[in-house]
Design a protein around this ligand. Structure first.
Ligand SMILES: [Fe+2]
Length: 466
């Protein structure tokens, strides 16, 4: 086993390589840019960020054209980063790291909160802008060519919320973006918001009062419905104000609550049903679709929320890493509400799930891709393809390497759901670099790889833009 821990080292070098060396049969039809996001600096001065989700966001762009591929990487120049570099210490509160503050400073920060804009989780196109996103509603716009930071997007509305998801859904027919937000207050609420494809203006389509909001990294959407999956990791909003703990450490695991699926109709915002299931936790919804009076809702689940603890950097850099992968589980949510049965679709574990967006999203479908764990006790060390109908799986690995989220790109004029390639940034610690892997999505055989001149820290999500 090679040392995966290189994936949690800082990368502070910013470079542009006009043409990466390529081995193999690079598809000549592959034209566009893969932009990936993830943390790349885990300390400032002599202070360390505590969690994988806390490091400073860095963008990586692979531009592909006529069989060649270029590479560029840049930090996102957020206020969170620039203030910290100027001060020589951590300034803004992150997911699991708080700056050192006196009681006075803590009280002042309650009245003058400076939420993080360290948008390290995902990227998207919003309006005519490319944005990096995290779980505060402060998307950061950037130039897709230079990766220069433009700045926090100023929403053209007066919607007020403190927490959101970095995994919005796009309605296939209209391009309308749907997201969910949580507004903390004397009466906290979940809000379902929509944004037209051409304007950064949120409209609240539905709101639900909630006493103890759940930590929900993503949500589900079908043609007609939005599904909020309330895992029993919940917070008393007063604790966010008064306890002075890093954000996520205010949330409590309350398994006696079980899991509640709140189903809302997109058309009028009405809550049509609540379904219940045993306690579980998840980051990622995979897909959801309507069928025979119920919603099939596929989610990468964990038995509890201890996966969040496993992803603290001290644990990831320790002797017993988390595999960082969960189980692909299908919940069957009756549209009249009630108990939701579920079952695990594959013995292969999975994370960072991806689909053929245009053909599979919100439809009956077959194929999920993701990272997985081949060797027990290792960090995620393989790519996985699961057929949710046959429940069969295929895997790809290359000894001693660690692949990241596989992004599916369909071949032009493809008809089959898996006719295309997967793009995954793979860490090769033995050779002290990463490479961009091109995997045939149908056969799961390697087609080509392009070598990057440095090791890229483990990231989260990316998108392919044509
Ligand atoms: Fe995510």
């Amino acid at each position: 086993m090679t040392d995966y821990r290189q994936g949690f080292d800082d990368l502070t070098r910013e470079i542009h390589e006009p043409e990466l060396p390529v081995d193999g049969d690079w598809p000549d039809w592959l034209s566009g840019t893969l932009i990936r996001n993830g943390p790349a600096q885990f300390s400032v001065g002599d202070q360390d960020y505590r969690h994988w989700f806390d490091g400073h966001a860095m963008l990586h762009a692979f531009r592909m054209d006529n069989g060649t591929v270029s590479y560029r990487n840049r930090f996102l120049e957020t206020k969170s980063r620039t203030e910290a570099l100027a001060a020589g210490e951590i300034v803004r509160s992150e997911f699991a790291t708080d700056p050192c503050r006196s009681l006075f400073g803590r009280v002042m920060s309650v009245f003058n909160p400076t939420p993080t804009d360290n948008a390290s989780i995902n990227v998207a196109r919003l309006d005519d802008q490319y944005v990096a996103m995290t779980e505060t509603p402060l998307p950061v716009a950037f130039d897709p060519e230079t990766l220069n930071t433009v700045g926090v997007v100023d929403y053209d509305d007066d919607v007020d919320a403190q927490m959101t998801t970095a995994h919005p859904h796009v309605e296939p027919d209209t391009g309308t973006i749907f997201t969910y937000q949580t507004a903390f207050g004397r009466q906290s609420e979940y809000q379902i918001c929509s944004l037209p494809s051409d304007r950064a203006k949120r409209t609240v389509r539905a709101s639900l009062d909630v006493a103890r909001p759940s930590y929900m990294h993503s949500f589900g959407m079908t043609e007609q419905y939005v599904i909020l999956s309330e895992w029993p990791l919940v917070v008393d909003p007063l604790d966010l104000l008064l306890r002075g703990q890093p954000f996520i450490e205010n949330f409590e695991w309350m398994p006696e609550r079980g899991t509640r699926f709140r189903i809302l109709r997109k058309a009028d915002g009405a809550e049509v049903a609540t379904c219940t299931a045993d306690a579980a936790f998840a980051f990622h919804h995979v897909n959801a679709f309507e069928q025979d009076g119920e919603i099939a809702c596929d989610i990468v689940t964990y038995p509890d929320a201890s996966i969040i603890d496993e992803l603290y950097l001290d644990n990831l850099r320790g002797e017993k890493p988390s595999p960082g992968t969960g189980s692909l589980r299908r919940y069957q949510l009756p549209l009249e509400g009630g108990r939701a049965p579920s079952h695990v679709l594959s013995e292969e574990t999975l994370e960072l799930p991806r689909l053929h967006e245009a053909s599979a999203r919100a439809q009956p479908y077959n194929i999920v891709y993701g990272i997985g764990t081949r060797h027990e006790g290792n960090f995620a060390d393989q790519l996985v393809k699961i057929d949710v109908e046959s429940e069969e799986a295929q895997t790809w690995h290359a000894g001693g390497t660690y692949p990241g989220e596989p992004v599916f790109v369909p071949r032009p004029d493809a008809t089959a759901e898996d006719d295309g390639v997967l793009l995954s940034v793979v860490l090769d610690p033995a050779d002290d670099h990463s490479f961009l892997l091109v995997l045939d999505a149908a056969t799961f055989a390697e087609r080509a790889r392009a070598t990057v001149p440095h090791a890229i820290p483990f990231g989260f999500h990316g998108q392919f833009f044509e």
